[in-house]
Design a protein around this ligand. Structure first.
Ligand code: DAH
Length: 357
């Protein structure tokens, strides 16, 4: 520029006029925001003819400066308006393109999510635990790896009791701990509860238990039980029977009856085998029950020796306890013919049970 002759007022006016047209056209020609930015540099940038006119103003006479100044301002306003107009258009287009890329066809069929379901054992365990929670019992879980004292001695199971043999119990091999045993019954949790709290005690212990069993239609080496324990002043056998009836009705329907036959468990005295009238034939006899009654669980009045083992005064307190296998209830409940189906991984079996609540 230094080489070219100085710009006079009429050159400047001509350039302003040309630039106004050229600029508007350049902005219109831009098809993206990037292109528009480039056009802005060529039209309004430092090296653009428009900027040269502005710079040339300084060397002009006072009079020229005044009239040209006004023209410069008008041209700048016009160019800036054209630029802003085009920018708004392009931004609108960019937004529309984004929306279009994001467009969802609402008429397409949805993707079906496979819903999980609770395992039948979980369903039955929840149901049993719910019955007791409604009766005011608390749920407490105990450890699955127990020691000899909690699993046997405290429960009044003498050293020569058959349950202790390698044939029935599973002993984990932990160096230095020959006393450990995988709990063979949830009754062991009763001991821990009584050791850790004073009466009154109203608890249920759901949990897994382990025995050396060969799996068949009615046995599994790992299965589940729910144990119930109540210890208070004045608890009687009638309380036990009433609680069992309430549970039988809640699980198997109104009208269920409960009957008890004498039985032996080292940790209760007297002990009983509990049967519930069949939910199918109501005591008449059918394929489900045989003779009208379904053997459900073991129960009894907590043995005074057990109370004393846990530091309870057996003269002052009495209690009842019972324990039942959940697998058996699930088989009856859902008409499942073989216990092993519960631990198979066949999703078709599991899918038949209740959806996740
Ligand atoms: N623990 C016993 C079993 O596994 C069941 C049982 C019987 C639990 C009598 C009790 C009870 O609490 O009083 O076969």
């Amino acid at each position: 520029m230094l080489d070219s002759p100085p710009m006079d007022a009429s050159d400047a006016l001509r350039i302003l006029d040309e630039e106004e047209g050229r600029g508007a056209q350049a902005f219109r020609a831009a098809t993206t925001l990037d292109e528009l930015e480039a056009a802005q540099v060529t039209v309004l940038g430092r090296k653009a003819p428009f900027s040269e006119v502005q710079r040339a103003l300084g060397a002009m006479s006072e009079e020229d400066r005044r009239s040209l100044g006004k023209a410069v301002n008008e041209t700048r306003s016009a160019l800036e308006a054209a630029l802003a107009g085009r920018r708004a258009e392009l931004e609108g287009e960019a937004e529309t393109a984004l929306l279009e890329a994001d467009l969802v066809d609402l008429t397409l069929p949805g993707r079906r999510l496979r819903e999980g379901s609770l395992h039948p054992l979980t369903l039955v365990e929840n149901e049993i635990v719910d019955v007791f929670m409604r009766l005011g019992f608390t749920v407490v879980e105990g450890p699955e790896v127990e020691d000899d004292w909690h699993n046997f001695q405290a429960l009044n199971i003498p050293p020569d009791h058959p349950a202790r043999t390698m044939k029935d119990s599973i002993y984990p091999s932990v160096p230095g701990r020959p006393d450990l045993v995988l709990r063979t019954e949830t009754s062991a949790a009763q001991i821990r509860t009584m050791q850790s709290q004073e009466p009154p005690v109203y608890v249920v212990h759901p949990g897994r238990v382990y025995r050396r069993e060969t799996p068949d239609a009615t046995h599994l080496p790992v299965f589940h039980q729910v144990e119930c324990l109540a210890v208070d002043e004045g608890i009687t056998f009638a309380d036990l029977k009433g609680t069992l009836e309430a549970m039988a009705r809640a699980l198997f329907g109104e009208g269920r009856r409960v009957r008890l036959a004498p039985s032996f468990f080292p940790f209760v005295e007297p002990g009983a085998q509990v049967e519930v009238s069949c939910f199918k034939c109501d005591g008449v006899g059918c394929v489900v029950c045989g003779n009208g009654w379904i053997e459900m669980l073991g129960a009894g009045m907590v043995h005074p020796v057990v109370l004393e083992n846990c530091g309870y005064d057996s003269e002052r307190y009495t209690g009842f306890a019972f324990g039942m296998g959940i697998e058996r209830v699930a088989l009856l409940r859902y008409g499942i013919p073989d216990m092993r189906l519960l631990v198979d991984t066949d999703a078709r079996v599991l899918a038949q049970f209740g959806a996740v609540a």
